[in-house]
Ligand binder design. Structure first.
Ligand SMILES: Cc1ncc(COP(=O)(O)O)c(C=O)c1O
Length: 398
């Protein structure tokens, strides 16, 4: 099965290809007359070229060219110190640079985790629903995925305990804060309970904290990075949603013994630590205060886009049930059981609109009447127009 979303509308040429080179440059090509409210990407207009340019100019005009060498296995030491300071502020507790390992993003970290800690046929636990492309990574590693129930406070520990009675996972993958797709946040009490269960039953927790720093109205509970004195906890972070996905840079925060497993691998021994060149640029963005400013700018734009999405949904899709998200990227809409959002999506092509069906995020064939919408990719006019088109698609014709 191909990736279910980005290749729906392939154009031979688009705004994203340059005249000299007809081959695609970015992952997703959307024809200009289509509004894809399913896409979970930041728009090009919010990717801060100036910040990167300034940091790159500074790094490239110094006489230190060590970032052109194979990097240290755990990841650039300057970046780890700058990042640890930044996270200590953002997370509200001290983060030790020695607890950080530099990755090329969360997707990469999950893939490495599967490589180092699992064998084909092993079981992993995930939330129901969960980030569908993480599910693809687990499929690449031939893992057996078992889903755990969630509610508005995230993963339900009783459901986890019930599943633990039947099998022990190699790890539990969860998105604790502003979850993709639901937007829900795991409560503080449940975080503590889940860590205790991981220690008792000896499995790893891989907490994908990609949206932790994108909170718009309330401070979420502390990330799982607060629990890394436990050898059972791995907290994953990324610059993709707070700076730019094309950097392919992220981090893992974990106990020294876990970090050692990654840093002492053949991959790091042969290739050195990941992305030393980009690390040197991003270090500059953090040290100049640019990362904090960028997050502040994103939050104020996204707050407005959430408001507009909410208003447009009330106006054009009053039958959809949802909660207004406090952070992250997504609205998660529930329709009546009669609505099959996968079928609706097929019809949506004619209305020049797109979204993601809930079934994509389900590991057990459920959630057919759910829809994920993303409010970050389009400006407010396009969001309103896209929701109008979804409404027309739902309400008109067969
Ligand atoms: C929950 C979640 N995890 C991971 C990613 C991808 O992260 P990265 O770009 O760091 O690989 C995304 C991107 O949409 C996401 O929503």
């Amino acid at each position: 099965m191909g990736r279910p979303y980005e290749i729906l509308f392939l154009l031979p040429f688009s705004d994203y290809t340059c005249d000299m080179n007809p081959l695609p440059i970015v992952q997703t090509q959307i024809p200009p007359d289509v509004i894809d409210l399913g896409l979970g990407n930041p728009p090009l207009s919010l990717l801060p070229l100036n910040l990167i340019r300034d940091a790159a100019q500074k790094a490239l005009s110094q006489n230190d060219n060590s970032f052109l060498q194979y990097g240290t296995e755990q990841g650039d030491g300057y970046l780890r110190v700058a990042l640890a300071n930044f996270l200590s502020d953002g997370y509200g507790f001290p983060v030790d640079p020695q607890s950080l390992f530099i990755t090329t993003g969360i997707s990469n970290a999950l893939d490495l985790l599967c490589t180092f800690f699992t064998q084909p046929g092993d079981t992993v636990f995930v939330e129901e629903p969960s980030y569908f492309l993480a599910l693809r990574i687990f499929a690449d590693h031939h893992l057996n995925v078992v889903s755990i129930e969630t509610d508005e406070n995230g993963l339900i520990p009783a459901s986890l305990e019930e599943k633990l009675a039947g099998s022990r996972p190699k790890f539990l993958y969860l998105i604790p804060t502003f979850q993709n797709p639901t937007g829900h946040t795991l409560s503080k009490e449940r975080r503590e309970q889940i860590v205790r269960l991981a220690e008792k039953h000896n499995f790893l927790i891989a907490a994908d904290e990609v949206y932790q720093l994108l909170n718009y109205s309330q401070q979420p509970p502390k990330p799982f990075g607060a629990f890394v004195e436990s050898e059972n906890v791995i907290s994953l972070g990324s610059f993709s949603k707070i700076l730019a996905p094309g950097l392919r840079l992220g981090w893992m925060q974990a106990h020294a013994n876990i970090i050692k497993r990654f840093a002492n691998s053949g991959l790091m021994d042969s290739g050195g630590g990941l992305n030393p060149f980009t690390s040197a640029m991003v270090r500059g963005v953090i040290e100049s205060g640019g990362l904090g400013e960028n997050i502040g700018r994103l939050k104020s734009i996204y707050r407005k886009q959430i408001r507009v999405t909410d208003e447009a949904l009330r106006r054009h899709l009053p039958e959809a049930k949802y909660e207004v998200p406090h952070g992250g990227y997504f609205f998660w809409l529930q329709f009546s059981d009669q609505v099959d959002v996968g079928e609706l999506r097929k019809k949506a092509t004619a209305f020049k609109v797109d979204f993601r069906q809930g079934a994509l995020f389900s590991s057990n064939g459920g959630l057919k009447n759910y829809m994920r919408l993303c409010y970050v990719y389009y400006d407010v006019e396009k969001i309103e127009e896209g929701i109008k088109r979804i409404s027309a698609c739902l309400h008109q014709g067969p």
